[in-house]
Ligand binder design. Structure first.
Ligand SMILES: Cc1cc2nc3c(=O)[nH]c(=O)nc-3n(C[C@H](O)[C@H](O)[C@H](O)COP(=O)(O)OP(=O)(O)OC[C@H]3O[C@@H](n4cnc5c(N)ncnc54)[C@H](O)[C@@H]3O)c2cc1C
Length: 465
């Protein structure tokens, strides 16, 4: 029998370094952390496994549509304060984002009738009250029911905790089936990427409060006009490199190295190189973080909770049609598995409208897509055609190109009871800070949560705590 091998111990100083912070992962969270750190004069190395940055918010050239497409249409809101400040810092021009002046959205019923929410230019939250009362295509009784949510936001109804589902909360608030279908459920699928029957109402409230209890602009929808990567990835990399930081693509991290006291001492890459450091910010999905940890560390309660986080998929269909289907940038479909349809040409053209005739690129979002993520493209194409016939009975679009992008681990699931398993920024390992949309930011796993987590981790590094 061989002697039990002692784990290799490292000391940052013995590896000839240590003052540099390593950020693992070049998605929104990692780039936001690195930007904050270099802005404060810190030495930073970002290692990213892929050949490109952007992670789950990225675009790529697609041969089927012949276009630069996103891995999925991304929507932001005026209350994405951390994200918008990150974008300003790296110099994203204003016209890269389409920002609504007031919250407005159109939902279609089967047959094509519209339900329209258009908030008037009143101070928040009166703008929402005005929008709900004036909602077109839905009866007064149902609109009045929606207003009851305002009582909760004003603290007059008990707040849900992380054990109450959105479904139970909507029932407690007396929401009628039509207002649920036309307003609440599309909102829940969009912000929580999960079924209202299982998703935590507390997470929904976190978003509602930010969106509707601050300024009117906080609830406006913000849509990237350009393919996602071109909006922020290269700009962030340029910003980091211009301030002396280094960004290495195609450099997957393999293992965190700890010293004899259990502190961070370095990071070993898949290439075999070990880079010394006393401070690592991981900005990778939960399962990747667990793989990076030394085996013994995974037994810590914090990481055992991380191992119990589940994923929720998103399926995105990119469809080239011979003519435009929509007369506006986007619509939601009521009680359909196809939650949102986006006219990419209209979005890219911005407020000036559609620039060209001819083929039209439509993006279709299926959130919380557990029931569809294993379907073959042919089945998804049938689903698409069936729903288009149901919601646009007069349209006869011909499909010229059909591309399916499946993200099996699009976000963590926000099922009830999940929030308490999300870890804090400061991990139990000294020198290891956790970032990523799934850490405990008070928000559901979104771009805003990712950027906030990166900023939180950077603040910890800078404060020396
Ligand atoms: C289809 C889709 C639609 C979405 N829609 C919206 C939306 O409308 N609004 C919204 O706010 N959010 C949306 N989201 C969620 C949003 O994309 C994420 O919250 C955000 O991108 C997470 O960023 P992150 O930096 O935390 O993680 P990631 O983007 O996952 O970044 C992690 C990075 O780490 C890298 N990495 C992995 N392993 C290693 C390793 N071993 N070494 C080094 N690097 C590694 C990865 O390659 C990746 O680049 C959507 C997500 C998807 C998938």
């Amino acid at each position: 029998m061989g002697a039990k091998r002692r784990p290799r111990q490292y000391a940052a100083a013995s590896m000839g370094g240590g003052s540099r912070t390593i950020v693992v992962g070049g998605g929104f969270a990692g780039l936001a952390a690195a930007v904050r750190l270099v802005a404060a004069g810190r030495e930073v190395l970002v290692v990213e496994a892929a050949k490109h940055g952007g992670g789950r918010s990225r675009s790529f050239h697609d041969k089927v549509t012949g276009r630069e497409i996103d891995n999925g249409q991304h929507l932001m809101m005026g209350c994405y304060w951390e994200t918008l400040s990150f974008m300003r810092a790296i110099g994203v021009p204003d016209d890269a984002l389409e920002v609504q002046s007031n919250l407005a959205m159109t939902m279609l019923k089967p047959g094509g009738a519209r339900v329209e929410l258009t908030c008037p230019p009143l101070p928040a939250p009166l703008h929402l009250a005005g929008g709900l009362i004036g909602m077109r295509g839905i009866g007064m009784l149902h609109r009045a029911a929606a207003l009851r949510a305002g009582l909760l936001l004003r603290g007059e109804i008990a707040r849900p905790d992380d054990n109450e589902t959105c479904d139970a909360w909507l029932r407690r608030l007396g929401q009628t089936p039509p207002i649920r279908a036309a307003f609440w459920e599309p909102l829940i699928w969009a912000v929580l990427n999960d079924d209202p029957l299982v998703a935590s109402a507390a997470m929904l409230i976190a978003v509602l409060e930010r969106a509707f209890m601050g300024s009117r602009a906080a609830s406006s929808l913000v849509v990237p006009r350009l393919p996602l990567s071109s909006v922020y990835v290269q700009r962030a990399v340029d910003y980091i490199e211009a301030r002396g930081g280094e960004v290495r693509f195609a450099s997957p991290a393999r293992k965190l190295e700890l010293d004899a006291d259990g502190r961070v001492a370095g990071l070993t890459l898949k290439s075999g190189e070990t880079v010394a450091t006393e401070q690592i910010v991981t900005a990778v999905p939960p399962q990747v973080l667990l793989e990076l940890l030394p085996e013994a560390a995974r037994e810590h309660l914090v990481f055992r909770d991380v191992a119990r986080l589940e994923a929720s998929p998103i399926v995105n269909l990119w469809v080239t049609l011979d003519e435009p289907l929509l007369d506006r940038p986007f619509v939601g479909l009521i009680a359909s598995p196809l939650h949102w349809l986006w006219d990419r040409d209209r979005i890219e053209a911005g407020t000036s409208g559609r620039p060209t005739a001819g083929d039209s690129l439509l993006s279709v979002t299926i959130s919380g897509a557990r029931g569809f993520v294993d379907d073959q493209p042919e089945a998804l194409r049938e689903l698409f055609l069936g729903e288009i016939a149901r919601f646009f009975p007069r349209a006869r679009p011909q499909i010229r190109g059909f591309r399916v992008v499946k993200e099996k681990r699009a976000t963590i699931s926000h099922a009830v009871g999940t929030y308490r398993r999300r870890p804090e920024t400061q991990s139990p390992i000294p020198g290891l800070l956790l970032a990523g949309d799934w850490v405990r930011t008070g928000l559901p796993a979104t771009i805003e949560s990712a950027v906030q987590s990166g900023h939180d981790a950077a603040a910890r590094v800078l404060s020396g705590r």
